[in-house]
Each structure stands twice: as structure tokens, then as C-alpha cells.
Design a protein around this ligand. Structure first.
Ligand SMILES: Nc1ncnc2c1ncn2[C@@H]1O[C@H](COP(=O)(O)OP(=O)(O)OP(=O)(O)O)[C@@H](O)[C@H]1O
Length: 574
């Protein structure tokens, strides 16, 4: 019930301190008491000083009283009992006390604010007064030290140390020397921390020590995490730079479509890993280009890029091409030869048209992917390889697996990160950019200065491009070399492209696709007019006359004529 923290108050001049024995005889007092009671003497009765004082108060349980000493003065009394026969009496002038209370209320408010502030702090924080009495600490401090409010709040770190609850620490050193100190401290729960304690002085008096406490294990873990992150981020950054460089070098960075955007995102993510990759997509979509781009995007690549087209090499030669051979391993092998895996070293080996790889060789390839080593043809010494395998195909590998032409296990091994390169017709928004870029490049190659006009560009955009970018590139080359004027117009385009958009329809085989309808910018009414016009045209073509078409469609001939006029459907010779 009595405030134990006031036990050391004898030296604190904010209180008058008088100690009395069980009978109320003065045994000790401090300077402040002398300033209130000039005649105070040890051995005198306290009632001599405080006539209103009742000896009964020493025995009861009320520990705070406001008592009057004279007409002018009022004192606040506080008792601190020590056993049965010793009571410390603390007195404070009520007017002084009011000031003190006011100050404490303000401090109290700031303490609440301080508490919420330090609770948000990531490190552990502990604040003591200038004498080492713990005044505040945050949640993290409790977690790290394993100590609870009731155990340590408002208690002296010296007492806590003597009870084995608190370690010797930098706060004690700061109290001793008045300067910032660091210490490595181990709490009773075994947690090792680095404690940095800073003093705060007011009017030359040490009033507060703030300690910042960091868990050594957490610090180490965080350090490692951040170092790893830094390396990872740096690697990512380099990959991005390298990817941009590669894209520029290969002149392929020209896309605005979401489909290509996501392909490039995957490339950026996987470029630095040496995982096998599978590129799929129609012929001419740029799979080889993408493979090269991946190779050039690696933040560190010690080997070379080696391209082998599995469909272009006779079956019996692919193995020795890939893995090399030893002298005498077959007729004509009069000296040993390195294969492409050895040529690539730690680089990239690009297996184009993987679907055409002979099945028996697929087993050897799977082994290389798993074991990261192989044997030359006729060789007995294993050769280690860290080459990354990037395979590509325009065939449906799943279908080949079903037909027994491709090993399922190899398919799964390659298909961990499949990258599908979209057909050009599925990334129409990229066509103008690609075409313009090709024209620029070809102009430079052939010393021309040609450009494509808007109408021609729109037609290029409409065409289906079965041969994808390869077909686009071939056409651009032809146009640059053969077109008569510097402005390439619709007239310069081949017939199938020039008429491509005209032939697109809602009903026929060359149907307009959903994306094109929504991207066309046409209103619902305009689209419905076009559908009506087409329907009427088909009906007239099919039934041979407006009259028969009207009868089949159950509408008036005049309606057909009017709608035909509006949509300017060309009338066949009926
Ligand atoms: N993004 C691009 N920008 C410009 N030209 C490109 C681009 N991608 C591919 N090309 C060009 O298109 C042609 C075909 O590309 P590539 O050989 O990479 O396609 P592919 O998908 O591997 O074809 P295939 O399946 O027939 O082997 C090449 O001439 C290449 O230079």
C-alpha cells in the first residue's frame, strides 16, 4: 500500500522527509524538512512540530493525508512504514505540491503519448529516470527481455540486478559517467541484446536515460535477409537492364500488346535461372529471337548461345552433333570432336523443333537435364555441363506424347515453365510498331527512305498473318525493294492482304473475331447494319433474287431494297 519508490526520498529535495519511531519521536530528517521547520531536532516529538498530528495516524492504514500546520500553511502528508516502529513522514507544501501535480499531469499525458509512440517502434525501448528507476518501455522490450510490467515498472535497475532480474547494462554506465554507452547484455530468459543508452540532461541534471535494445539474433537474421534481398534486387535490376539491352540489340523490343508484355515479364523473371524452358508458338512467331533474348538477358552468362534445329539434321547425326564423339566411335571419326553441349559450356543450348528429336535421343537429353552430365558418342568419361536447355516447338507436344512420338517424362521436365509466344494475329496492336521498325531497319540496310501510309498500315493490321512475324518481315523487305514510290500505299500490297479487310464477315468462314468487333469503335447500330447487309447479300446470292430472298427471310422486298441502299450492298446480276 505504501509507495516503496519513495524510500530513497531522503535525498530528493522535492519532499520534506522526517522519520519517526513508533511513538512519534523524530529520528531523522532531510534539508527540506529543515527549510520548513527551522527548530526540528532528532529526539523531539513530531507533535511538537505538527500540533495537529495524531500519533494514531502512524498506526492506521491511510497512507496519504492533507494536514494543516498553521493558518497559512497546508501540507500534504504521506507515510511510508518500515516495520512496526519506524515511519517515514513525507511532507510537501500543498501549494508547491499543486505545481508538482500539474507538472506530473503534463508528464503523465506525455507519458501516454510516449508509450504509444515507443510501442510502434521496431526496436525495444526502455526509459529510466536519472537514478535508474524504470519509467517506460515498449511491447518489444517485454518480448525481448521476458519481463512484465509488474516486475519492473517504476523499479530501480540496481534492485532488479541484485534480484537477478535485470543484467548489468549500459544504463548503469551512463549514470556513472553521464555519456552515451553501448553494452552487450543477456537477459534472464537467455536473449542476447545490444543496448545503446543515451543520457538526457536538464539544467545540468541527468533526468532520463533512453535505451535502444536490439536482439542480436534478430539483427543477424535481418542482416542476412536484407543482404539476400539486396543481391536479389540487384540481380533483378541487372536482368532488367540486360533484357532492355538484348531487346534493343535484337531489335525486337517493339510490342504494346498485353500478350507480349506478359511473355517479357516471364522472361525477366526466369532469365537468371538455368531451368529448362519450353517455347511454344506457331512457326515464325519469333521463338528463336526470344531464346536469344533470354540468353542475352542473363546477368552473368559465361558460355555461348548455341542453336540447333532438330528437324534440319539427319537423325543419325543429331547425337554426335549434340554430345560430340570420341575417335574411332564410328567410321570416319578419325579424331575426337566436341559437341554443341560442350561448345555452349555454361551458356544456352537452343533446341529448335524439339518435337522432331528422335525418341531414343530424348532419353539421353532427359538424362543430361537431370544429371547435368553426358558422355560423348563412344566415350566413357562423363562430361559435366551447366548449359541451360531452351527448347522450342510449333507442334503440339502433348499430342506427340499421346502418339508415342515424344517421351512424356521429357515433356514434363521441359514444360516446367512453358512460354507461349502469341501468333501475330493475336497481338494485332503490335503490327504497326513491328512493321515500322522493320521498315526503318530495311531502309538503313538498302539505303532507302520509304514509309507506309495509314490505309496500308490498317490493311496490314487486318490481315491474318499465317506466317506470323516471318511473313511480315518478308513482305516489308519486298515492299522496300520493289515499291516504286517512297510512300507505300494499299496498291503496293499483295492482293490477299489488300482485300483482307473487305472480305472479313460476320457470317462467312473468314469471320470477324470478337476482339475486332469490340475494338472497331463502331456503334451497336452500325454493327447491326453490317450484319443485316451481309445477311441480305447472302440471301440474294443463295436464292438468286431479291424477291426470293425476301420470301425466305419473311420480309418485304421494299425493306430489302431500302436496307441494301442504306448499306450499299452491291447487287448481283439477277
Ligand atoms: N520481335 C521481332 N521483331 C522483329 N523481327 C522479328 C521478331 N521476332 C521474330 N522476328 C523475325 O521473324 C523471323 C522468324 O523469327 P524466328 O525464327 O525467331 O521464329 P520462330 O518462331 O523460331 O520460327 P520457327 O518456328 O519457324 O523456327 C526472323 O526473321 C526474325 O528475325
Amino acid at each position: 500500500m505504501y509507495d516503496d519508490n519513495l524510500i530513497n526520498i531522503r535525498t530528493d529535495d522535492s519532499w520534506a522527509f522526517i522519520e519517526v519511531d513508533g511513538q512519534g519521536r523524530i529520528t531523522d530528517f532531510n534539508d527540506k524538512a529543515v527549510s520548513y521547520f527551522k527548530s526540528i531536532k532528532a529526539g523531539e516529538m513530531l507533535t511538537g512540530l505538527l500540533p495537529w498530528f495524531s500519533a494514531g495516524w502512524l498506526k492506521d492504514n491511510i497512507y496519504k493525508r492533507i494536514a494543516k500546520t498553521s493558518l497559512e500553511d497546508r501540507f500534504l502528508l504521506q507515510f511510508v512504514k518500515k516495520g512496526e516502529d519506524s515511519v517515514k513522514v513525507l511532507l510537501n507544501d500543498i501549494f508547491e505540491y499543486k505545481d508538482v501535480m500539474q507538472a506530473w499531469c503534463e508528464i503523465g499525458e506525455s507519458l501516454i503519448k510516449l508509450q504509444s509512440f515507443i510501442d510502434c517502434y521496431d526496436d525495444s525501448v526502455m526509459i529510466t529516470n536519472g537514478k535508474g528507476i524504470i519509467r517506460a518501455f515498449n511491447q518489444n522490450f517485454k518480448r525481448v527481455s521476458g519481463l512484465e510490467n509488474v516486475e519492473i515498472m517504476n523499479r530501480s535497475i540496481y534492485e532488479l540486478e541484485s534480484e537477478g532480474l535485470f543484467p548489468y547494462c549500459s544504463v548503469m554506465e551512463v549514470i556513472k559517467i553521464g555519456e552515451e554507452r553501448d553494452s552487450v547484455v543477456r537477459f534472464a530468459n537467455g536473449t542476447e541484446v545490444i543496448m545503446t543508452s543515451k543520457p538526457l540532461f536538464h539544467d545540468g541534471r541527468l533526468i532520463r536515460i533512453t535505451s535502444n535494445i536490439r536482439n542480436v539474433n534478430e539483427l543477424n537474421r535481418r542482416y542476412e535477409e536484407l543482404s539476400e534481398n539486396r543481391i536479389r534486387n540487384k540481380k533483378k535490376y541487372i536482368t532488367k537492364l540486360k533484357l532492355n539491352e538484348a531487346v534493343e540489340k535484337l531489335n525486337i523490343g517493339l510490342y504494346s500488346s498485353e500478350r507480349m508484355e506478359s511473355v517479357m515479364d516471364v522472361i525477366e523473371t526466369v532469365a537468371d535461372y538455368d531451368l529448362p524452358l519450353l517455347l511454344t508458338g506457331e512457326s515464325g512467331t519469333g521463338k528463336s529471337m526470344i531464346a536469344k533474348c533470354i540468353y542475352l538477358s542473363k546477368s552473368s552468362c559465361r558460355g555461348s548461345f548455341v542453336h540447333i534445329n532438330c528437324s534440319a539434321i539427319p537423325e543419325n547425326l543429331i547425337e554426335s552433333e549434340l554430345f560430340g564423339f570420341e575417335k574411332g566411335s564410328f567410321t570416319g571419326a578419325d579424331k575426337p570432336k566436341k559437341g554443341l553441349f560442350e561448345e555452349a559450356k555454361d551458356g544456352v543450348i537452343f533446341l529448335d523443333e524439339i518435337g522432331d528429336m528422335p525418341v531414343q535421343l530424348q532419353a539421353k537429353l532427359l538424362n543430361v537435364l537431370q544429371e547435368k552430365r553426358f558422355y560423348r558418342v563412344g566415350g566413357t568419361k562423363p562430361i559435366e555441363t551447366n548449359a541451360q536447355v531452351i527448347a522450342a516447338t510449333n507442334r503440339d507436344l502433348k499430342d506427340l506424347v499421346a502418339k508415342g512420338l515424344f517421351r512424356e517424362d521429357l515433356y514434363f521436365r521441359l514444360n516446367v515453365i512453358p512460354i507461349e509466344i502469341p501468333a501475330l494475329r493475336d497481338r494485332k496492336e503490335d503490327i504497326p510498331i513491328l512493321a515500322k521498325n522493320m521498315v526503318d531497319e530495311l531502309n538503313a540496310t538498302y539505303g532507302c527512305n520509304k514509309i507506309i501510309d495509314t490505309e496500308a498500315m490498317n490493311l496490314l493490321r487486318e490481315y491474318e498473318w499465317p506466317g506470323n512475324i516471318r511473313e511480315l518481315r518478308n513482305l516489308m523487305e519486298r515492299l522496300i525493294l520493289l515499291s516504286k514510290n517512297s510512300l507505300i500505299t494499299a496498291k503496293d500490297l499483295p492482293e490477299d492482304i489488300a482485300s483482307a479487310s473487305g472480305r472479313r464477315s460476320y457470317l462467312g468462314s473468314n469471320t470477324v473475331r470478337e476482339g475486332d468487333i469490340f475494338d472497331s469503335g463502331k456503334s451497336f447500330k452500325e454493327i447491326m447494319c453490317e450484319v443485316e447487309a451481309e445477311l441480305i447479300e447472302h440471301a440474294i446470292e443463295k436464292y438468286g433474287s431479291i424477291r426470293k430472298a425476301a420470301a425466305e427471310l419473311s420480309i418485304n422486298e421494299s425493306t430489302i431494297t431500302r436496307k441494301k441502299k442504306r448499306s450499299r450492298v452491291s447487287q448481283p446480276n439477277v
